[in-house]
Ligand binder design. Structure first.
Ligand SMILES: [Zn+2]
Length: 234
């Protein structure tokens, strides 16, 4: 496999039901007065995941968005997502599983699946393309894999990549599409290389934060950089 094929993020947009009033402004997702810390993001370990990875991602989510983050009890990767020809799991099937089995029962506002196993999706002419993470745009679910963030790099770099992929995918779930207008912003398109992830701050740029605030109806903290000493627990 080429280096380019070893790292990619991808986003899938799903068709949403038609709005009852086509010209009405979309309603914020949360009621007025909701604070960022009121929003609960739950990490769903799929298979065994190192607790230190989960803690770093939790702290990264809180650092980037001000949300409350916690980890749910481990559950297995869904058998329905297994793709036998490549011995890995389909990320879109994992998202569907999270929607059906975790979102409503957990009561969490957003659910982020975390796995060490390789995940993939159909991307353009590639029937089964390995990725770092996936989310449905404007949804409650995202999934990330550490399989490609930990190759040939230090544990510190691997953890930083994992946290950045998590905030990027949550950005998709919070309604953001890819945006390359400002280099280094959270929603830059990785375009098949993890180097893009390394160049990102991992926190929303001003225009990304404002877009999320409009969608959610919630003010987010003005953060310009991730506090990696806190996130990595050093
Ligand atoms: Zn993306």
């Amino acid at each position: 496999m080429t280096r380019a094929a070893l790292a990619a993020t991808a986003a899938l947009a799903v068709a949403l039901p038609a709005a009852p009033h086509a010209f009405a402004a979309p309603q914020p997702r949360f009621p007025a007065g909701t604070k960022a810390a009121d929003i609960e993001v739950c990490l769903q370990p799929l298979g065994k995941v190192d607790a230190a990875v989960l803690r770093a991602v939790e702290r990264g989510i809180t650092g980037a968005f001000g949300f409350t983050a916690r980890s749910l009890a481990e559950r297995p990767l869904p058998a329905a997502a297994y793709y036998r020809p490549r011995k890995r799991h389909r990320a879109d099937k994992i998202l569907d599983h999270l929607v059906a089995e975790v979102v409503s029962s957990s009561g969490c506002d957003l659910v982020l699946g975390v796995t060490t196993s390789d995940i993939s999706v159909t991307k353009d002419e590639h029937v089964d393309w390995g990725i770092l993470g996936l989310a449905y745009i404007d949804s409650q679910v995202a999934v990330i894999s550490t399989f490609r963030t930990r190759k040939r790099v230090s544990r510190r770099v691997s953890l930083m990549r994992t946290v950045k992929v998590a905030t990027h995918e949550l950005g998709h779930a919070l309604g953001l599409d890819h945006d390359d207008s400002v280099a280094g912003c959270m929603m830059n398109d990785a375009r098949g290389t993890v180097k893009t992830v390394d160049a990102e701050t991992g926190v929303p740029c001003k225009h990304e934060r404002e877009a999320i605030e409009a969608t959610m109806g919630v003010d987010l903290p003005e953060v310009t950089a991730m506090d990696w000493a806190v996130v990595l627990g050093r």
